[in-house]
Design a protein around this ligand. Structure first.
Ligand SMILES: Nc1ncnc2c1ncn2[C@@H]1O[C@H](COP(=O)(O)OP(=O)(O)OP(=O)(O)O)[C@@H](O)[C@H]1O
Ligand SMILES: [Mg+2]
Length: 296
């Protein structure tokens, strides 16, 4: 398995140093370039700011979590950072490229798993992967090689020839991760990667995400309502509330701040109030995500 040193990153299938013209933006700590750097990033819908002056500075190889209640602006942030939605204010650099002026460069270096179901249930897992490979410009023997590699990585070799509508929720999410991996992105954006999954399936996805970071040096930005997930996976997280960052830091640091023996749920309740909650097969995941899409 490919192991990259700290100062290298995967760039469109090639190993590059994290420096030079494409990755010139450095973070506030000095030399180390930022995978994601935003300053005052804003998105208004009508007169209302869904994301309001967001400042983020995420180094390469970090797993960063965006938390917050429904409607806090998590998906809107991800949609901007993946170039699907134009910001109405502020600036952002993703993989060292300007989000607005260098969209094609940004897209080449990122993978995105949306909150809504993206795998096609009427196709087999393998066919879904072929489709994604074409979409990302990976073809021929290279595509076949990468598909085999990602199927193995995600533990889906034995089910690759089955229709996706027969998959469990956890298998679908792992297939969707595989789909975003084919062009070897440096940065992965995952909008609620384990929504609707049972505890076992959820843990399998967590393990695969840890593999991606460890073996491929991948930077991951994820959103979640699951405090255990944030605690287990994230090096750093930000809790969004009404489009603004209520608090940011490492999970352990945030828990310490709120009080001895505090959990992340306590941290969440402290900064935004309320509680969090959130298991299944293709239909369960589809309906959960449709509901979220309608009301989120
Ligand atoms: N296309 C749109 N037009 C108008 N308002 C929108 C649009 N997309 C999002 N919003 C609003 O922006 C705010 C933030 O929505 P967003 O989907 O980013 O929240 P979220 O944090 O992802 O919530 P959830 O946890 O439910 O997924 C909400 O008030 C939402 O209604
Ligand atoms: Mg959302």
């Amino acid at each position: 398995m490919l192991v990259l040193p700290r100062n290298r990153t995967l760039d469109n299938g090639r190993i590059r140093r994290n420096s030079g013209s494409t990755l010139a933006k450095t973070n506030s700590h000095g030399q180390q370039p930022s995978a994601i750097l935003c300053s005052g990033l804003t998105r208004k819908f009508g007169g209302i700011a869904a994301v309001d002056s967001l400042d983020l500075d995420i180094p390469y190889r970090q797993v960063f979590g965006l938390l917050g209640p429904n409607g806090a602006g998590k998906s809107t942030t991800i949609k901007m950072l993946t170039t699907l939605l134009d910001p109405t204010g502020g600036t952002a650099f993703v993989a060292g490229f300007d989000l607005v002026r260098q969209q094609a460069e940004v897209r080449r270096r990122i993978g995105y798993v949306p909150q809504m179901l993206s795998a096609d249930g009427a196709l087999t897992g393998y066919e879904n992967l072929i489709f994604s490979a074409r979409l990302y410009g990976v073809s021929g023997s290279e595509a076949a090689h990468r598909i085999d590699e990602t199927l193995e990585l995600m533990g889906l070799q034995d089910s690759a020839r089955r229709l996706v509508r027969t998959y469990s929720g956890g298998m679908i999410r792992r297939l969707e991760l595989a789909q975003t991996m084919l062009h070897r992105p440096a940065i992965l954006f995952l909008d609620e990667p384990t929504i609707g999954l049972d505890p076992v399936a959820r843990r399998t996805v967590w393990d695969r995400l840890k593999d991606l970071r460890r073996d491929y040096g991948m930077t991951i930005l994820l959103t979640t309502h699951d405090m255990d997930e944030a605690d287990e996976l994230c090096d750093e997280l930000a809790i969004l509330h009404s489009g603004r960052i209520a608090v940011k830091g490492a999970p352990a640091e945030l828990k310490r701040k709120v009080g001895r023996k505090s959990t992340l749920e306590d941290v969440f309740a402290h900064y935004v109030g309320g509680t969090i909650h959130e298991g299944g097969n293709y239909r369960d995941v589809r309906s959960t995500r449709r509901t979220v899409a309608r009301f989120g």
